[in-house]
Design a protein around this ligand. Structure first.
Ligand code: GLN
Length: 292
């Protein structure tokens, strides 16, 4: 079914319900939520909340708007993440601008924020570092929840940092952003806590995952076994924490054991694997030795 037959007059001939149904059918082979995606793209095209699209199914749509919706559906059909099409993604109840320069924040990454807040609750003014901040999701969510924290967020990508800075400005959150390959540009600075969602997808898995093809490889590619960047971080992180400070790191569901071993080898005093809401191993919480 076409939403605009070539002989159609330039009139408001399609209703929201018809367009949503068409878009949903077009996306059946894309992702797991074709109907929802179609409704969200329709809402974006008509500049209304999704609730309005659902509440007024009979409302007619201008032909130019229907055209731009058709274009969005077609791009989504090629696998472009929904968040890149709408330019935003919700994370920890905050709205973040995202672009193809940044990974789309995942719901399971909210676990890192929960852990960071819980493990820093005893400190009046925790100094927190977010490594590989992307659009700034983790750093800004922490700063929003703990205004007294001093948050530094680094990324190796200047393009990602621009997005993160815009998010900080729009959310009125004061986070320091630094362009750095992990710790390189940070000097001898030490932190009470390091939080990170590093690239951890094994190269072969990345190559065989078309759904990840549109996101930046630098945010996903963890090398042959997925652990290359995690190894670099764990080799240094222990020396960048205050005594008793915490490292909180996201990882793949099958990497928990290997990462606990790497953290132990990196000099941490304790290591724990924490599951996400789906029950999958998702985060390392490692504590530096208390000072003598
Ligand atoms: N959770 C992401 C995925 O598997 C990976 C994110 C990452 O490498 N940090 O899609």
């Amino acid at each position: 079914m076409s939403i605009r037959p070539s002989n159609s007059p330039p009139s408001t001939q399609f209703s929201l319900a018809e367009l949503a149904k068409w878009g949903s059918a077009e996306l059946t082979a894309t992702g797991s939520t074709p109907r929802l995606d179609a409704e969200l793209l329709l809402a974006f095209a008509v500049s209304k909340p999704r609730s309005a699209v659902l509440a007024y199914p009979e409302a007619r749509v201008e032909p130019e708007v229907a055209d731009s919706y058709r274009e969005l559906i077609s791009r989504r059909g090629t696998g472009v993440p929904l968040a890149y099409l709408t330019g935003s993604k919700e994370f920890y109840s905050l709205e973040f601008e995202v672009t193809p320069a940044t990974l789309v924040p995942r719901p399971e990454t909210e676990l890192l924020v929960d852990l960071a807040l819980a493990r820093s609750s005893e400190l009046a003014q925790p100094k927190i570092l977010d490594l590989g901040t992307g659009c700034g999701a983790i750093a800004l969510a922490i700063k929003q929840a703990r205004p007294n924290s001093a948050v530094t967020a680094v990324d190796s990508s200047a393009a990602a940092l621009e997005v993160a800075r815009r998010n900080a400005e729009r959310l009125s959150l004061d986070v320091q952003f630094v362009q750095s390959q992990w710790f390189e540009a940070l000097g001898d600075e030490i932190y009470d806590m390091i939080v990170t969602n590093p690239p951890y997808v094994a190269r072969a898995d990345l190559d065989s995952s078309p759904e990840l093809a549109h996101e930046p490889g630098t945010a996903l590619d963890g090398g042959r076994d997925g652990l290359d960047e995690i190894r670099s971080i764990l080799g240094v992180a222990g020396s960048r924490l205050t005594p008793g400070g915490f490292l909180i790191m996201e990882h793949g569901h099958d990497q928990g054991g290997a990462i606990v071993d790497l953290a132990a080898a990196g000099g941490f005093a304790t290591q724990e694997t924490v599951p996400d809401l789906a029950g999958l191993d998702r985060a390392l919480v490692a504590q530096a030795a208390a000072g003598s």
